[in-house]
Design a protein. Structure first.
Lengths: 188, 188
């Protein structure tokens, strides 16, 4: 896999993603996360982690823990989706596992409740796929997609991910009890 | 899941595992790892990590990195299999993921080349399953079993794990090229 220093990241970001006709956003710029974005990123991460219905993260995580988990270091990358300066989503991407498995990428996406249904998640996922292809990865794997998170599953399937399998009851949903976690994959 | 402090760990370890008739070992004591075990554990981890044919770990990891990865803190546990004071294998176990997925356990096992084929891996896996059941987990998941590691796959299948799915080509084997990574699971 080619090295990806900060120059390479700057060269490929920002990107502009057009949103669907239902959107009230005009267009979303997806660009590398900057430290000054944290005051807008943390409320998004906090909302999603505290809800505990889509991510296998500790719902009580502190702000510092969230920062350590969400902000990737090279060779990974964290990005934000920005609508005229307002952060309406964030994603992180990088190798799924180290060593002999490091040619497979992974990514995670967070879109706050107020910005859902407008194509931000799809735009972030497309960006991550383009990024992973450009950096020489052979595919992208999601390790734990909550099966009741239909919005996410639909986006991934539409973009070409296949279902590898489902671990039954592996996620304790606050409303729906124990539901499955999908492993999903796309080869490049 | 009930808390599992060091008292609980001491109470359930050590355990004695009888080995099959082919073994040249008499019996293996499986007990909680102690800091004084590291000089015997590190050569095992180093051998397996450097070979890069069974674990998705960085083959160049340092001794300190290996220690950080292999030695679990509560609620996880690291154990050694000991044959009259000689460490012939090691395992780690704990929650597979945090938060809403923390009721599913995971485990990893390492047996050095010289001690293979004598039932040590099976004994370690049985120990991990007993430990996970005793600590209230609902199942155990393996996230990345190299499909060419038949010895491991056979043990897991014999002990009741099912194949959830295989990510094709996700592991770059030094001799066999890109082979699949199995996700395996057993419900308790």
């Amino acid at each position: 896999m080619p090295p990806c220093g900060s120059d390479a990241l700057r060269a490929e970001a920002p990107g502009l993603a057009r949103l669907g006709p239902a959107g009230t956003l005009r267009a979303v710029e997806i660009r590398a996360y900057d430290e000054t974005d944290w005051p807008q990123v943390w409320p998004i991460v906090r909302q999603i982690v505290r809800a505990a219905d889509t991510f296998p993260y500790d719902p009580d995580m502190t702000e510092q823990e969230a920062r350590d988990i969400w902000i990737e270091r090279p060779p990974g990358l964290t990005v934000v989706a920005s609508d005229v300066g307002r952060v309406v989503g964030t994603a992180k991407m990088g190798p799924n596992k180290p060593g002999p498995a490091s040619h497979i990428s992974t990514a995670s996406f967070m879109v706050p409740g107020a910005a859902r249904g407008m194509g931000v998640g799809t735009a972030l996922c497309r960006f991550a796929l383009d990024w992973a292809r450009a950096h020489g990865y052979a595919g992208m794997q999601f390790n734990a997609v909550v099966e009741t998170n239909r919005a996410a599953v639909d986006i991934y399937e539409r973009l070409g991910f296949e279902l590898i399998g489902t671990v039954p009851g592996a996620f304790d949903h606050p409303d729906q009890g124990r539901v499955g976690l999908h492993i999903m994959y796309i080869a490049f």
